[in-house]
Ligand binder design. Structure first.
Ligand code: ADP
Ligand code: MG
Length: 334
């Protein structure tokens, strides 16, 4: 099991990582999700041993890795730019890590054949990597990382350069391969859809801290902060005024008043963030004018006056007034 204990790092007086802690267990795929510039790649480099943290520890099964150099950590890395050797064949690229470990020739050949089969590249061994498509090159990079049987795999936005349908196919395959091989993995991305398609666990990195650590369902059902709800695109995040009257709570917004409990204590009149999720039945009804309608995967993404966005199965007319029900959740301070 990999454990990060309170990792911190600054660049030029700016804190980048500020006490990051989490663990990744056997067979688990953890997606580290954060905006561009949030320190995801830096964190991976620290785990890989390519960069030193200012404080905190990286442990494997309880043992500190501080004095273990990168090549001795047995961690595999896959990057966005593949980082393949262009002058070598697929076979030689995949065999690279095995040769570095001085394995016998026939053991290398059988392991290369085995991992090429795992990544669906049987028959590609003698091809030049420069003749392959982007998706195929990324499979070679994955095969190369898998070949030495690493105890951890790390991916840094590996599908960033690929088009959408290829990305989806590779994500499903990758998920299956990781679960079949039971190799724990950290997958870094800024794309929440990608993270949700792959993760057993989501780690949300924001302002140097792991803001949320849970299964995709846990994080989606309870984002716990306005930033997380907005970043994940869970629903509409609006501001409102917290009001207490006769020991009843409500939050008054531009779209009406919503009854809800808040996880934190608030003063009467305090501004709070409210998550409005579209509700099928029940919920608080809101009437508003339709401002825009865009077709989006079997549904229509409808923007209402004031900026509320809902998904509807049939398209209303722009300018028409419609009624939609929302479930409200208080997210605390705005
Ligand atoms: P992410 O992978 O989430 O996009 P990075 O880990 O690449 O984020 O880096 C986050 C920020 O840290 C960068 O925008 C940069 O300002 C700073 N940074 C990263 N590496 C260095 C470095 N070697 N020297 C100075 N600043 C750095
Ligand atoms: Mg990065």
């Amino acid at each position: 099991m990999l454990t990060l204990e309170s990792i911190s790092k600054h660049y030029e007086d700016q804190p980048l990582l500020d006490g990051v802690s989490f663990s990744v267990g056997l067979g688990e795929t953890a997606c580290l999700l954060g905006a561009s510039g949030s320190g995801k790649s830096t964190l991976l480099r620290i785990v890989a041993g390519l960069e030193l943290p200012e404080s905190g520890r990286v442990l494997w099964d309880g043992a500190d890795l501080a004095s273990t150099p990168p090549h001795a950590r047995d961690f595999g890395l896959v990057f966005q730019d593949y980082a393949l050797f262009p002058h070598l064949t697929v076979f030689e690229n995949v065999a690279f890590g095995l040769r570095m470990r001085n394995q016998p020739k026939d053991a290398i050949a059988s392991r290369v054949t085995e991992v090429l089969e795992i990544v669906n590249l049987t028959g590609f061994a003698s091809r030049r990597v420069t003749d392959l498509s982007g998706g195929e090159q990324q499979r070679v990079a994955l095969a190369r990382a898998l070949a030495p049987r690493p105890r951890l795999l790390m991916f840094d936005e590996p599908l960033g350069a690929l088009d959408r349908s290829l990305k989806e196919d590779l994500l499903h395959e990758l998920r299956a391969i990781l679960h079949r091989t039971k190799i724990p993995a950290i997958y870094v991305t800024h794309d929440q859809e990608e993270a949700f398609a792959l993760a057993d666990r989501i780690l949300l990195l924001h302002e140097g801290k792991i803001l949320r650590d849970g299964t995709p369902a846990e994080v989606w059902n309870d984002p716990q902060s306005a930033w997380a709800a907005r970043f994940l695109g869970v629903g509409n995040v609006v501001e409102g005024k917290f009001k207490i009257q006769n020991s009843e709570f409500r939050i008054e917004t531009a779209f009406g008043a919503f009854k809800t409990r808040c996880p934190h204590e608030h003063e009467n009149g305090e501004t709070v963030a409210l998550l409005l999720r579209q509700a099928d039945a029940g919920g608080t009804r809101v009437r508003a004018r339709v401002e825009d309608v865009v077709f989006s995967r079997e549904r229509f993404k409808v923007t209402l006056r004031g900026g509320l966005v809902v998904q509807l199965t049939s398209a209303p007319k722009v300018g028409e007034e419609i009624e939609v029900a929302f479930r409200a959740e208080c997210l605390g301070h705005a």
